[in-house]
Design a protein around this ligand. Structure first.
Ligand SMILES: [Zn+2]
Length: 402
């Protein structure tokens, strides 16, 4: 039997555990796993030359395969991202395939899908979140992204448009019942939508969220909460959710409680940068008008401040693009790393947010890590991402898809 071995020789390594770039390393990959990592001037025996590929990786940097901690794999993004949720399931499954290729080419190994329309899947015929079938089919195909999916959005009736195909609830009993249905349908985590039809009030209070969290935790499932506003973050954190998505309006009190409880913040700051770019590339008034530009700039400043408020007491930060459920595209996680650095994180902390912190969030220790014996889930870029996040756009090779 032919053994697939690849020796990446004389590369730098950025593991995002510190701000220190390591130089002159060789990595032997065998059958998709990292056999060893050694100094290039003191390599171990890579085995017979036959069936060994030696890659001169000099000048490149090895980076752990990234985790997009907030994504929507069945949706395309763009300036009309909300309209696209109502595209036919056939079209959305094609979108997912294209997104899978974009993720891989961008160095993203894992995607945490936090919401897909609940519709009939044209492949398996089941009515459930479309991402669940994609997850199962990708799991059987080598080289596709690893997915963990939340099913659909659990929102309060009247919050999101019917065309988004969410699961709505009118009261706390119905919310709990709907959450259990999501679990029965195969969700890996639950996603509560804590922006409500009334912007001034969280749609659910902590004592209504608590039973959902308890039911999920009893099955070993985590619960996360979309929170664009402060009121939802406060109730969600008190209700015991495991993570706050976006967290665009946090304050010191809720950040302190998140740090104490170990609640994650999943940042999606690049969304506002994307909207600002639409001020130039579209004529849509919400982006291109003076008023629209001003509102976006204001929200961006508040969201970046919120990120700093969370970072100060040590809230664990993982990061995502929100591609599909927002306006970014599937191959733009580097934009979020740039946004985190722009907001004040050190480049290594921002890279950690898209690598091993995402692994922590998922409860997948190998995700976003590079270790002997672990999967060969790394990619190579040109430049030092520990000093300049923009080098993450310069992907040269993706080890797990070579
Ligand atoms: Zn989203």
């Amino acid at each position: 039997m032919r053994t697939a071995r690849t020796l990446y020789r004389d590369a730098a390594l950025a593991d995002a555990r510190s701000d220190r770039l390591q130089h002159g390393l060789s990595v032997l990959v065998e059958d998709g796993a990292i056999r060893w990592i050694r100094p290039s001037d003191d390599e171990a025996d890579p085995g017979p030359a036959e069936s060994l590929e030696i890659v001169d990786a000099s000048g490149a940097t090895i980076v752990p395969g990234m985790v997009d901690a907030h994504s929507h794999v069945t949706l395309p993004g763009g300036a009309h991202w909300i309209d696209r949720i109502d595209d036919s399931p056939e079209v959305l499954l094609d979108v997912a395939e294209r997104n899978g290729r974009l993720l891989t080419a961008a160095g993203v190994r894992w995607a945490r899908d936090v919401g897909a329309p609940r519709v009939a899947d044209p492949v398996d015929g089941r009515i459930r979140a479309l991402s669940l079938g994609v997850r199962e089919r990708w799991a059987a195909r080598a080289g596709t992204p690893h997915l963990r999916v939340a099913g659909t959005w659990l929102d309060r009736a009247g919050t999101l448009p019917p065309a988004a195909h969410t699961v709505e609830s009118h009261d706390a009993d119905e919310l709990l019942a709907n959450a259990l249905v999501q679990l029965d349908e195969g969700a890996d985590l639950l996603k509560l939508y804590l922006d409500g039809p009334d912007a001034a009030v969280s749609p659910w209070a902590a004592d209504e969220i608590g039973p959902v969290v308890a039911a999920a935790h009893a099955r070993g499932i985590k619960v996360t909460a979309h929170s664009g506003r402060l009121n939802g973050a406060i109730e969600g954190v008190r209700g015991g959710v495991d993570a706050i998505e976006h967290g665009f309006e946090l304050d010191e009190a809720v950040a302190g409680e998140m740090a104490a409880r170990g609640t994650f913040l999943i940042s999606t700051l690049a969304v506002m940068r994307s909207w600002a770019s639409f001020g130039s590339t579209t004529t849509l008034p919400r982006f291109a008008s003076d008023e629209g530009r001003g509102r976006i700039a204001e929200r961006r400043a508040r969201a970046e401040e919120s990120l700093r408020i969370a970072h100060r007491p040590g809230v664990r930060i993982a990061a995502g693009t929100d591609f599909g459920g927002g306006s970014l595209r599937a191959n733009q996680l580097a934009w979020e790393v740039e946004a985190l650095v722009g907001a004040g994180l050190e480049p290594w902390e921002a890279l950690a947010a898209t690598t091993w912190r995402g692994g922590e969030l998922l409860g997948e220790p190998a995700a976003g890590s590079i270790e002997e014996g672990g999967p060969a889930d790394f990619f190579l870029v040109h430049g030092d991402p520990l000093s300049d996040p923009a080098v993450l756009w310069r992907v040269w090779r993706v080890a797990w898809a070579d």
